[in-house]
Write a protein that binds this ligand. Structure first.
Ligand code: FCB
Length: 460
């Protein structure tokens, strides 16, 4: 039996991308280097030593790309701006040519009735700021607020939604703790410092954006979140799952939505929180009109005393479906959304509403890498992606049925692009890119998504 899974009329359908992953033009028109430029040009950091120097050349082909968005019927496009394009040395001198690119992109989107969702930071810190200590240095948070102010002054006449950060946890931890991302440090303490300053910079930037906005704007943040399950029922694995949940989910959500921090729950954090969390920081961080949820997979945690801080590692239990990067686990999205709602959005036990105005919730990324290729007739039959999309959208709608007001869904990604340390092998797009010719071809999943948008739902 088939049901029609429908979404509210004002539900927002979009796609997401990020500057470093799609723009290319890494050293054009006055752009300064970012930590990703430095990282990819260091041999051995990226699969096959691939770089985002050109990637899908969105910088020059944005008109063609907006035309593709229009063809798919997208209502919104979430993209990030490159800080080093605007402020080549991280602070002081503004590069007008850099602003000009986003100016043209925003106009092109609006002309095509696609709402721009700007994200100000998606991993690509100006190298000049890294040279001064990067995110572990508190000054970087103030530099970010200045950059946010410049962007809001310039674009808030046309842009209403401002996302400060994409996945601050990944920027902090993959960059400074595990070292898979730029700047490639492997120092747990540095990771935690970086995360606090990233969150602080969200609060400072929110203030700056609102102060310089030319219309009523929404300020949000996008987080990587994941339900954490123990690998077994043992006490040790359950403890591991709890610590992993704290380190991943609560470390981001508590400061942003409750004004508190679970940092103290870790031995390392106890020591750190005194030195890095200054009076007033947590109040500053707790400001949000929009909570963006990025969901890809669940986390299965296993006790491992050798792993620093959390004494836990992620495992991939046998017998489940994996994409190569992650387990495919759609129910996790429902579980995550209901947990966020229950722990952070429900009225207080006293019956009073929460002390702060509740932000809207949106899915700002969700997607799957598929080893796509052109069939002999030129079509890309990416059935796995269609299945992934259907099953995840079903869970979004299920959460809405349960009373959680999800306002929109952004697929990751519009086009295949540079997937960080993994280079170009994982293809996440609804649109296929031939990396030799840069020709774009809409995949079957793109056509399927376009139909969903048009019907505002699908048969399930
Ligand atoms: C997210 C990132 C995004 C992309 C997807 C696959 O964590 O925000 O840039 O790499 O994963």
């Amino acid at each position: 039996m088939h049901n029609f899974i429908s979404f509210p009329k004002d539900f927002i359908w979009g796609c997401a991308s990020s500057a470093y992953q799609v723009e290319g033009a890494w050293n054009e028109d006055g752009k300064g280097p970012s930590i990703w430029d430095t990282f990819v040009h260091t041999p051995g950091k990226i699969a096959n030593n691939e770089t985002g120097d050109i990637t899908v050349d969105h910088y020059h082909r944005y008109k063609e790309d907006v035309a593709l968005m229009k063809e798919l019927g997208l209502e919104a496009y979430r993209f990030s701006t490159s800080w080093a394009r605007i402020l080549p040395d991280g602070a002081s001198a503004v590069n007008q040519a850099g602003l000009g690119f986003y100016d043209r992109l925003v106009d092109e989107l609006l002309e095509n009735k696609i709402e721009p969702y700007i994200c100000l930071f998606h991993y690509d810190l100006p190298q000049a700021l890294q040279d001064k200590g990067g995110w572990p240095n508190r000054d970087t948070a103030y530099a970010f607020a200045e950059y946010a102010h410049i962007m809001a002054e310039y674009l808030s006449d046309r842009v209403r939604v401002w996302i400060t950060h994409n996945e601050p946890w990944v920027a902090a931890m993959a960059g400074n703790f595990s070292g898979e991302h730029a700047p490639g440090l492997k120092e747990p303490v540095t990771g935690f410092k970086a995360l606090h300053h990233l969150l602080l910079s969200h609060g400072l930037a929110a203030e700056a954006i609102r102060a310089s906005a030319r219309q009523l704007v929404k300020v949000g943040i996008t987080l990587n979140l994941s339900p954490v399950h123990p690998a077994s029922d043992s006490r040790k694995d359950r403890g591991a799952a709890q610590r992993m949940d704290t380190a991943l989910n609560r470390l981001q959500l508590d400061p942003l939505l409750k004004g508190s921090s679970p940092l103290q729950e870790f031995t390392l954090g106890k020591m750190l929180s005194k030195s890095i969390v200054k009076p007033g920081d947590l109040e500053k961080i707790r400001t949000l009109d929009l909570l963006g949820v990025n969901y890809y997979t669940r986390t299965v945690a296993k006790y491992d005393p050798k792993f620093p801080v959390v004494s836990a590692v992620q495992t991939q239990p046998e017998g489940n479906e994996y994409s190569g990067m992650w387990e495919i686990y759609p129910e996790g999205l429902f579980e995550l959304l209901t947990r966020i709602w229950k722990d952070y959005f429900s009225p207080l036990p006293s019956g009073e509403g929460p002390a702060v105005r509740l932000p809207e919730i949106m899915i700002t990324e969700n997607g799957v890498p598929v080893p796509d290729g052109l069939d002999f007739d030129g079509r890309i039959r990416d059935e796995r992606r269609i299945r992934y999309l259907r099953n995840h959208l079903f869970q979004v709608q299920r959460a809405m049925q349960a009373g959680i007001p999800i306002k929109g869904y952004f697929h990751w990604s519009l086009m295949d692009n540079f997937e960080w340390a993994l280079g170009y092998s994982p293809r996440f797009g609804l649109v296929y890119v031939d990396y030799e010719t840069l020709k774009r071809t809409i995949k079957d999943s793109g056509r399927w998504f376009a139909k969903v948008i048009q019907a505002n739902g699908f048969e399930y």
